[in-house]
Write a protein that binds this ligand. Sequence first.
Ligand code: 16G
Ligand code: MG
Length: 566
Amino acid sequence: MREDLGGQSAVCPWTTQVGEDLLDMDLHAITAHSALHAKPSGLVLQYGTAGFRTKAEHLDHVMYRMGLLAVLRSKQTKSTIGVMVTASHNPEEDNGVKLVDPLGEMLAPSWEEHATSLANAEEQDLPGVLMDIIVKAAVDLQQDAFVVIGRDTRLSSEKLSQSVIDGVTVLEGQFHDYGLVTTPQLHYMVYCRNTSGQYGEATVEGYYQKLSKAFMELTKQPFCSEEEYRSLKVDCANGIGALKLKEMEHYISQGLSVQLFNDGTKGKLNHLCGADFVKSHQKPPQGIEMKSNERCCSFDGDADRIVYYYLDVDGHFHLIDGDKIATLISRFLKELLLEIGESLNIGVVQTAYANGSSTRYLEEVMKVPVYCTKTGVKHLHHKAQEFDIGVYFEANGHGTVLFSKAAETKIRQLAKELEDEKRKAAAKTLENILDLFNQTAGDAISDMLVIEAILTLKDLTIQQWDALYTDLPNRQLKVKVADRQVISTTDAERQVVTPPGLQEAISDLVKKHKLSRAFVRPSGTEDIVRVYAEADSQENADSLARAVSLAVFELAGGVGEAPPGF
Ligand code: 16G
Ligand code: MG
């Protein structure tokens, strides 16, 4: 955590007076500037799973207000806070914003509520809501504030990030604008700054150096197959990942040759490409040239997700999603620990979307404990912090590995002190893997390098990786209902609580198929209900998903046409 920047003592007799004076002055400036970022009257938005997200033209006031909020959060935590302007995998016309907390994690839940009330305050209520947050969160206004800002490549992002800066400066916060960075890079910067550079240097250059050093050390080891030329095709979703991977290319070129597609020079952001498109359509992105058995991967628009895939000799498409990434990584880590002879505990965290085969493989074959949390990175991240080594991935390709402080110290010590050559080498590998992961958030670039290093070290082809287990056929559908909040769930979203009768209906439908599972949940990012089903064949998964969609439509207030297929 950053050192106290020297706020005044709370016991000074005239502190309250000084505070009020300051407040008066600020409130005046805040209101005057707010008028330049006026809120469209009546617009209500919510700080959701990934911050605020909507059409870019509706976000100017939100950006200004998140600048204000970031200053308050920085004062309260006495730490640097991040603000990232991005709408990730969503269409080019959308945008969004999220705050990054001191250790590079997602914003604390109580501050998500503050964010929502601040964003929704009508102009005249803004000072009152701001005051309310200051009082509720016990913000010391005398404290200095520092905010770092980043943005993706959307056309709207530059102007919107200027509005964030406006909010920061009106509250007299200091800031550093990193400009164009991936979301995980901004998370990394925040963590570096709040740990006095111990995690790494808080620059884009520092990020490249840290990751490439670990990657090059891993792939230079004498037992790595040298003949095989390591080459990878990367679909960058026409987003920020392309710019950053281009910048990084020469740092890693000795170990990996990347060929970039959808690099933003012509195509549209996230349009028919990117990790989200590939995962949800289960097909290759447009704009990539694939030959059979070539290793390919896709980033999403802000480069915090990654999925791999290839075409087999018959031209069939094979997707390797977050579940299989988690499996490859956990298997590798478990083998390393065995070689080192160290019993650090590993836990894998998934969501209900994890393919049943992956959970079975992890639990029954690999014998690692698997936990299920609600959808959304913050939930997985939180759970993963309970282990020495916590591996978390959503099926959509967002994930990373967290090492506890104690585990990190142990690993570094073993890498230095072990005398047995083989064990020492394994400990050194684990230390480099630890440095290669971005432990603040899922990171497509960092995950890609970890995966490439593991494949090299284990001399594994993408087909061999894919063959670890066979995914159960599955289907996801969306259902439009009048109010998606009528659906509430429990058991990490695997069981419906309300409306009455829906869970019974789903359970009855599931019983009709083999190896089947289905659940429904209101989306946190779209005004729809999501349906997931898996079963022993694609036909059965499809028919189960359709039947469950119909049950949702009938029991949870479906609107428009009944789900297709009936
Ligand atoms: C957001 C989440 C992602 C989650 C997705 C679910 C973060 C950074 N991102 O994109 O983890 O999988 O929402 O969307 O938390 P849904 O609620 O619409 O299904
Ligand atoms: Mg993303």
